[in-house]
Design a protein around this ligand. Structure first.
Ligand code: ADP
Ligand code: MG
Length: 703
């Protein structure tokens, strides 16, 4: 069978799509479901019962035995509690299947074991999951069997968000509402809704599972905490877009098949820059569905890897010295009737609209650069951002030569009458030019780049949920659209007012535009001169979430209450501290139980050699030298290990979350590095026979 026919046959096979709803539901019920999906509101319990019964019939006919409310708590991964479709057997002992409307639309989960950052007092442990009707139910097939998964939002008893999904949905409504306001100003009367569309490119590493299982750091921390560089890294650029090895291709083939069955539009696959690194990109879709699908993608990758005796590493920096992994979050705003607000368009009128949108986005990113930075903060990303391979921790916007020049002209002269790169100028409105999509330099060093008809936020970490990033983008843009509409709706002369506003936005926020080398030291200095925030680590970025500015923003658009923001910041601090604590513990175990004993065995063999050579009457110059070197590094290691243990103990005892996180950052993280250094030097000199676990070369070059 050719591949195309196959995709057509299996695509969304395991999804309760609109098409399947139409087939399984009575016409009236189907209409009601579609209406609620599009316009919001709630299904009546009677309707929900019909939908649930149909969903169950479909699921059971496809082999399902269980259902689950599938949600995304603040752990960054997904959670589920499965229930079988059975109900109490009847008098004759027959087991009947049941799935009620109530079970479909609302679930109750004990929330006490999920992070809530103090939002949920222990006496209020109840949490609720509510069906996100805009994301379709699907069947998960694995060794457990077939399970009907209902994508849900997860809230506390009082309705406070305990997950990644709820705020994203709230932010999508906010940006839709403000975008429609903005479109109306330009005479658009037809668009009803604006959707944030997202295409997340997912990077990952694959290593041999047997080797993976021999490394405690990979098992517990998801990244190597020790390891000398392999003789070869990525310097030859021979892995990027290189021919895909059969073993990897076979993994990709299975991942694609699983994803297609789940309706995930897995499209692009290739080898990435680092050895053993790869990428998968789907076709973009509505933000909340893109988030669900990205979580599924990560889950499927891990599962399929195991089946292939591989381990999929989603950590942002599994290996020091080669590229880490990110998730480029491609984002745009699209109306229900097919207009992309981020597209420069073909007519001058659209150009003005586009320039206003662009100026508002620049304003949003400049004003909330700290929040955007925070939205990509996760412990692993500290190892990646600013490492001269990923965007720096300083947020800036790349516009491309042509657009940047238009902005410059507008700021300097109040009009822009010429286009670089020879594009023709349509002067429908003399002060604002028509221009073409910029196809010039792509500047991979920029964290937030305009790429033709979308923005690409490149700071997000590979293991992270895309929820925060998109919630932040939607909200900050909703705010600056709202402010623009407040001015323009009142304007007597719209043409002049819009022109002035575009100029004002660009003038006030041009400092956020940067097209140079984001990896350079000069940029760090220049950014400081411009007053742009530089928040190199997660622990330092978290306070952005609870500033007065952030509270005002999120409360205005009903995304988060102050209490929800405070709880989220607690969760983030806690996550950071716990992650570093696990890493330090893991290093302690590896150093004291594996590396130091191995080095001592090697030292013994050297000492034995020294003795036997002496007994044979030869001066053992080389073994003596080697033994001394090993001995010195061993002392250094032992000393560093004790210091790291002390630092960890001191940090873990601090009760204030923020203070604890900052202590981990400032004392434990450097102590971990001090322990790693002598260990990596030892790895280079100790005989391979003695080294207790697979090396970088084994992991990255023998997959
Ligand atoms: P790259 O060259 O950076 O790899 P692509 O153009 O292939 O980028 O697109 C990368 C991702 O961006 C894909 O997931 C794609 O579907 C998504 N994408 C393309 N256009 C848009 C858009 N208008 N809005 C959001 N995402 C988009
Ligand atoms: Mg890209």
């Amino acid at each position: 069978m050719c591949a195309k026919a196959n995709i057509e046959e299996i695509f969304a096979k395991n999804v309760f799509t609109v098409g399947k709803m139409k087939e399984y539901l009575p016409e009236q019920v189907f209409k009601e479901v579609m209406q609620v999906r599009e316009e919001g509101g709630e299904l009546s319990l009677k309707t929900a019962d019909v939908v649930a019964a149909a969903m169950k019939d479909w699921a059971v006919s496809n082999g399902a035995t269980h259902f689950t409310h599938w949600f995304q708590p603040l752990t960054g991964i997904t959670a589920e509690k499965q229930d079988a479709f059975i109900k109490h057997p009847d008098e004759e002992g027959r087991c009947l299947l049941e799935f009620s409307g109530k079970e479909l639309i609302k679930g109750e989960a004990d929330a006490s074991s999920f992070p809530s950052g103090g939002l949920r007092a222990t006496f209020e442990a109840r949490g609720y999951t509510a069906w996100d009707m805009t994301s379709p139910a699907f069947l998960k097939e694995d060794a457990i069997g077939v399970t009907l998964c209902i994508p849900t939002a997860f809230c506390s008893y009082k309705g406070e968000a305990l997950d990644m999904k709820t705020p994203l949905l709230r932010s999508m409504e906010a940006v839709s509402e403000q975008s429609i306001r903005l479109l109306r100003l330009f005479g658009n009367t037809t668009s009803k809704k604006v959707t944030a569309s997202v295409g997340p490119e997912q990077e990952y590493f694959l290593v041999d599972r047997d080797k993976y299982l021999k490394r405690q750091d990979l098992i517990f921390a998801g990244r190597t905490l020790f390891g000398a560089p392999a003789p070869k890294g990525q310097e030859l650029d021979d892995h990027y877009y290189g021919t895909i090895e059969e073993s990897i291709g076979s993994f990709m083939n299975d991942v694609n098949t699983e994803l297609w069955k789940l309706g995930v539009t897995a499209k692009t696959q290739h080898n990435e820059a680092a050895p053993a690194q790869h990428e998968l990109a789907p076709i973009y879709e509505t933000a909340n569905i893109a988030m669900d699908h990205n979580q599924l993608t990560m889950e499927i990758m891990k599962k399929v890897a195991t089946r292939h005796n591989l381990a999929c590493l989603l950590h942002e920096k599994p290996f020091t010295g080669v590229n880490g992994s990110g998730k480029h979050d491609n984002w745009s705003l699209n109306t229900d009737d097919g207009i992309n607000l981020i597209d420069p368009g073909d007519t001058p009128n659209e150009n003005i609209q586009f320039l206003l949108v662009l100026s508002c986005i620049l304003k949003a990113v400049d004003r909330h650069a700290d929040l955007l930075r925070l939205s990509a903060a996760c412990p692993g990303n500290d190892e990646r951002l600013g490492g001269s391979e990923a965007p720096p921790a300083i947020i800036s916007v790349f516009l491309g030569e042509q657009l940047e020049d238009v902005v410059r002209q507008l700021v300097e002269t109040g009009s822009a009458n010429t286009l670089i790169s020879g594009g023709k100028l349509k002067t429908g409105v003399s002060t604002l030019p028509d221009f073409e999509k910029d196809a010039t330099d792509r500047n991979r060093t920029s964290p937030f780049a305009f790429t033709g008809n979308k923005f690409e936020f490149r700071s997000v970490g590979s293991s992270d949920s895309i929820g925060s990033a998109n919630t932040t983008m939607n909200t900050i843009v909703a705010e600056s659209f709202a402010e623009a509409c407040d001015v323009l709706e009142k304007a007597e002369d719209f043409g002049t007012a819009v022109h002035d506003l575009i100029k004002k936005n660009f003038t006030e926020h041009q400092r956020i535009i940067f097209s140079g080398d984001g990896y350079s030291e000069e940029w760090v200095k220049e950014a400081a001169r411009r007053g742009l925030p530089n928040l190199p680590t997660m622990a330092e970025a978290i306070s952005a979430l609870t500033t007065d500015k952030a509270v005002a923003l999120y409360e205005k658009f009903k995304i988060f209450t102050k209490a929800e923001l405070e709880s989220r910041s607690e969760v983030l601090y806690e996550t950071y501290s716990k992650t570093v604590n696990i890493e330090a513990h893991t290093m302690t175990g590896m150093a004291s139980k594996q590396i130091i004993p191995a080095v001592m065995s090697y030292a013994k063999s050297l000492a034995d050699t020294v003795n036997s050579m002496r007994a044979a009457g030869v001066e053992p110059e080389v073994p003596v030298k080697m033994l001394k070197q090993v001995n010195e590094l061993l002392s250094e290691m032992q000393d560093a290990l004790e210091k790291m243990k002390d630092a960890r103990k001191a940090a873990v005892g601090i009760s204030n979350q923020k203070e604890r996180a900052l202590t981990y950052l400032r004392t434990v993280v450097p102590a971990m590095k001090a322990l790693r250094d002598p260990a990596d030097k030892l790895e280079k000199i100790v005989s391979k026979k003695y080294w207790p676990f697979p090396t970088y070369a084994d992991l990255m070059f023998e997959v």
